[in-house]
Write a protein that binds this ligand. Structure first.
Ligand SMILES: Cc1ncc(COP(=O)(O)O)c(C=O)c1O
Length: 383
């Protein structure tokens, strides 16, 4: 049996935990000392060298390698982008909607970007159909079964929903999609770093995410996974010099896309953000996602049981297999509740009628206490 990580030492890397009950990691993960140091290193490098394209390229490659390791992909299958949206847009630009397979099926649990970009393809022939959720906030496989058909080119699913924390049965959707000849794009922004993801085992065609939440990096850098079998057949029309087979060729007479997923990149990489992302993912990989996932499952499970016992109405499914790092609590005025909690040092966020408490492995029992007390002291705003 491997030893339990030293969670108190991990928590100590995040100074904000000393004065806040921080439960907004699905909004923005906390800044760790090593990530702060990495950003300072970028500034020091700039002051020292002025320009260092070689060194900066290495930072981007380090991020590519770390993301590949995190997802059980190869480096050739990872594009380092500037956002999740940038990755989805590049992918969308490479798909052909002019034939009979012009349908994109998206779950109703998607983050807006993951539906808006597909709706934006309507002038190119794409038809978007939405899969409704059930009363418990999950999207059952039967709902996908009704919409995925021989006209479906792509199914977009979110791993963990940003609104209610529900998790989609990825393996089930992939199986359905395979049977009907459709591809699957997994949005892992609300899970990567907090939930183990093995893209090879899940057999998804594409996956997308970013660095600023559970991966502990910063805004302005994201990633797109493209399964090796698709890379050569997909030529993005969103492109640029960093997408070329030879970035140094400076050929203005042709577009010669990289043979790797780098063809889904465009221009100059987000260099400062790569410094932060490299350091953030390193922290995650040092401990390992399975241990982080187990800790988060334990914390969120405890929080859910205590909140339910205290009379809160939870919008997140209690089944461990059907949820991720978020616990959503119904409120009659979620914005006001979030403000009241913030005033007492409990940082949560809200969507619609729900307050979202989003846990990371740096949280501990004191954060659960602060959340439960904060919510029950404000019962007038509980639904
Ligand atoms: C699940 C999910 N997908 C996509 C996005 C959007 O990412 P980006 O702003 O990097 O495009 C977010 C942002 O919060 C998200 O939570």
């Amino acid at each position: 049996m491997t030893a339990e990580p030293d969670w108190a030492a991990f928590r100590a890397l995040f100074p904000t935990t000393q004065h806040k009950a921080y439960l907004a990691s699905g909004s923005y993960g906390l800044l760790a000392r090593p990530v702060e140091a990495a950003v300072r290193r970028y500034l020091d490098d700039r002051l020292k060298t002025g320009v260092d394209w070689g060194g900066w390229g290495e930072r981007q490659e380090a991020v590519r390698e770390a993301v590949a390791g995190l997802l059980n992909a190869t480096t050739d299958e990872i594009a380092v982008t500037t956002s999740a949206s940038a990755g989805i847009n590049s992918l969308a630009s490479a798909l052909d909607f002019s034939g009979p397979r012009n349908k994109v099926v998206v779950s109703n649990l998607e983050f807006p970007t993951g539906a808006q970009i597909w709706h934006a393809q309507a002038p190119r022939g794409a038809v978007v159909e939405h899969v409704p959720e059930a009363a418990d906030g999950t999207v059952p496989l039967e709902h996908f079964e009704r919409l995925i058909d021989e006209r479906t080119q792509l199914v977009q699913i979110t791993h963990v929903c940003y609104r209610n924390g529900a998790r989609i049965d990825v393996a089930g959707v992939v199986k359905l999609a395979r049977e009907r000849g459709a591809m699957v794009l997994l949005d892992a922004f609300q899970s990567a770093g907090a939930v183990n993801i093995d893209v090879a085992a899940l057999d998804v065609d594409f996956a997308v995410g970013g660095m600023l939440k559970y991966l502990l990096g910063t805004a302005g850098v994201g990633w797109l996974y493209v399964a090796r079998r698709h890379i050569q057949a997909l030529t993005p029309t969103v492109s640029g010099w960093f997408a070329q087979a030879d970035i140094g060729a400076m050929d203005i007479f042709a577009n010669t896309p990289s043979p790797t997923a780098r063809r889904f990149e465009t221009g100059t990489p987000p260099v400062p953000n790569c410094y932060a992302a490299e350091a953030g993912i390193a922290l995650i990989r040092e401990i390992g996602v399975p241990a982080i996932e187990a800790r988060i499952r334990d914390l969120t499970g405890q929080a859910m049981d205590r909140l339910a016992a205290a009379g809160c109405t939870l919008a997140t499914p209690r089944d461990d297999a059907r949820r991720g790092p978020q616990v959503a609590i119904r409120s009659t005025d979620a914005a006001a509740m979030t403000e009241r909690l913030a005033a007492r040092g409990v940082v949560v966020s809200w969507r619609e009628d729900k307050v979202r408490a989003m846990f990371h492995a740096y949280n501990d029992g004191s954060d659960i206490d602060a959340l439960v007390e904060g919510l029950t002291d404000n019962r007038d705003l509980l639904a």
